[in-house]
Design a protein around this ligand. Structure first.
Ligand SMILES: [Ca+2]
Length: 304
């Protein structure tokens, strides 16, 4: 494994990640190939609602009252229960004819020894098809998170789907402050948590800090990764605060912050990803990216 620079992970987590990644290709391939078909069908249904004229993306919307620290005047809104999925983004592409920046460039990017473009890594094949045996169809599941999508492309999807990208205040309110009338234990109404998963990061799709399930459920379609195990299918991690999935980790998520910015001003990403540990899942972790960034661990979800 190459030594990466400018990575904020604790050295011990890097070491653990390196050890784990050496075995990940075999383990993940074996686990994925032995999951019964009916189990895949069940999990696939949890990430979406039926498409309709009022909900063309087929998004499972969750109402958020709008409370939370520093957000007392936030009006109620709805947010997607999961990250936008490949199947949802396909409906948008079929309806609009969109060709993404990553597709035009030949592929999106991943951070290795600097940003590295990966041929064929696009929203419909997040990890490309080079690891897939010849003659087999692209195995991408419709409930994988849609990634390799720029800020503007994400915003265009959300407009088509009847909403928009979340403001930073909306995203933070939904991610960290439990607002359901009767949330399941141990979550408590009105409490603001350190992580979107609650007091613990257990169950999130991150490196090192989130338990062994993150490696076991990871999907990367045979791709060789220098770091991390890959993303989880949307809706397959335990639900967290407000019943939302993967607000912490899995795909990093674009938010509209600074609101309405144009040009090359950086836009914020929230919640960390499968490429990071727990630190990036906290509300006080602020990270921006150029809006044209299209990479394997940044996705999004919408509000309305
Ligand atoms: Ca996420």
């Amino acid at each position: 494994m190459k030594t990466l620079i400018n990575l904020p992970l604790h050295p011990q987590r890097n070491r653990l990640g390196a050890v784990a990644s050496q075995a990940a290709a075999l383990c993940v391939a074996a686990l994925v190939s032995h999951v019964p078909g009916h189990a895949l069908a069940q999990s696939a249904g949890s990430a979406s609602a039926a498409p309709s004229p009022a909900n063309p993306g087929g998004i499972d919307w969750v109402r958020i009252a709008g409370g939370g620290t520093n957000a007392g005047s936030l009006p109620p809104f709805e947010i997607a229960r999961t990250e936008t999925t490949v199947g949802q983004f396909r409906r948008f592409v079929q309806a609009t004819g969109t060709v993404t920046r990553a597709e035009r460039a030949g592929g999106g990017e991943v951070y290795e020894a600097g940003w590295t473009r990966k041929p064929g890594w696009v929203w419909s094949a997040p990890f490309g098809v080079s690891g897939v045996p010849a003659g087999q169809r692209n195995p991408t599941h419709d409930d994988e998170p849609a990634v390799h999508i720029t800020f503007d492309e994400a915003q265009a999807f959300c407009r088509w789907a009847g909403g928009r990208l979340p403001s930073d205040a909306q995203w933070v309110s939904a991610a960290y402050t439990e607002q359901r009338e009767n949330p399941p234990a141990p979550l408590q109404r009105g409490k603001t948590y350190p992580f979107p998963t609650g007091d613990s990061t257990a169950g999130a799709q991150c490196i090192g800090d989130c338990g062994p399930q993150a490696e076991q459920r990871a999907i990367r379609h045979g791709a060789n990764l220098l770091r991390g195990f890959g993303h989880a299918r949307a809706g397959t991690t335990p639900a967290g605060v407000n019943g939302l999935h993967d607000m912490g980790a899995n795909a990093w998520e674009w938010v509209d912050e600074p609101p309405g910015a144009r040009g090359n001003e950086e836009r914020r990403t929230r919640g960390g990803s499968w490429w990071y540990g727990a630190a990036q899942m906290r509300a006080d972790h602020l990270q921006g990216k150029p809006p044209q960034t299209a990479v394997v661990y940044i996705g999004f979800r919408c509000v309305r």
